[in-house]
Design a protein around this ligand. Structure first.
Ligand code: MLT
Length: 221
């Protein structure tokens, strides 16, 4: 079982191309509007509880990766592997945190489009994929977008957690990712004992969406 936790401001549709990965059941919930990463971790585990699943591999894309770290901190016994896609273990800088609160104000005035249009240029490299990414972004609710921004702004630094991650961990990063660049992935790889890093050429922040064949092959292997 792979439990897939999507990124921001996105929905589980961003994993639509991962359903092709054979040999696993895929659970792809929609993240609700919650105010902290710990609440998101409890939500993730509730998805397993509801299906009587003891342990799963948890795959997190970007914000989904932030949730993975919270799941590992609170419920390590529920995790048999991690897939960390275009994410990072560190907390927001003060500047990034201020940007989150500015974005919340923008969403209040202009709706989700304000955040979607600001982020879209950094999500994928390929121009032809941008309309679909924007379409997915525009299905998110302002309540979720604002809550997720607050949860990301207040998330703790998970650096000290990395040496304790003793399950097999696959780290994936787009070589052109400008939001969580390859240097973040390399730092996580060196701190997590049982980690393997796969860099995806020609992919931006949403590497699983931009280069599904390469990412699916790495996960299948
Ligand atoms: C995401 O893709 O989930 C976000 O870009 C993460 C972030 O803004 O830190």
């Amino acid at each position: 079982m792979i439990l897939w936790l999507h990124g921001f401001p996105l929905t589980s549709q961003i994993f639509e191309k991962q359903r092709a990965i054979r040999g696993f059941d895929h659970l792809m919930p929609e993240l609700p509007a919650l105010e902290s990463m710990d609440d998101y971790a409890r939500f993730a585990v509730s998805q397993l509880d509801a299906r009587g699943i003891e342990k799963a591999t948890i795959a997190g894309l970007s914000m989904g990766g932030y949730i993975c770290f919270a799941v590992w901190r609170l419920f390590p016994e529920r995790v048999n592997g991690l897939i960390l896609i275009d994410t990072r273990e560190t907390a927001d800088t003060d500047e990034a945190r201020k940007g989150r609160y500015d974005s919340i104000a923008k969403v209040e005035q202009e709706g989700v489009a304000a955040v979607a249009d600001a982020m879209l240029p950094k999500m994928v490299v390929a121009e032809e994929l941008k309309p679909r990414v924007r379409e997915i972004m525009m299905t998110t609710s302002p309540e979720y977008v604002k809550a997720a921004l607050r949860a990301m702004a207040t998330r703790p630094d998970s650096s000290s957690l990395l040496p304790s991650i003793d399950v097999p961990t696959l780290i994936i990063v787009g070589e052109e990712d400008k939001i969580t660049p390859p240097s973040d992935a390399e730092r996580m790889e060196s701190a997590i004992p049982n980690a393997r890093l796969v860099k995806i050429a020609g992919a931006g922040h949403l590497s699983n969406f931009e280069k599904p064949d390469e990412v699916n092959a790495a996960i299948g292997a």
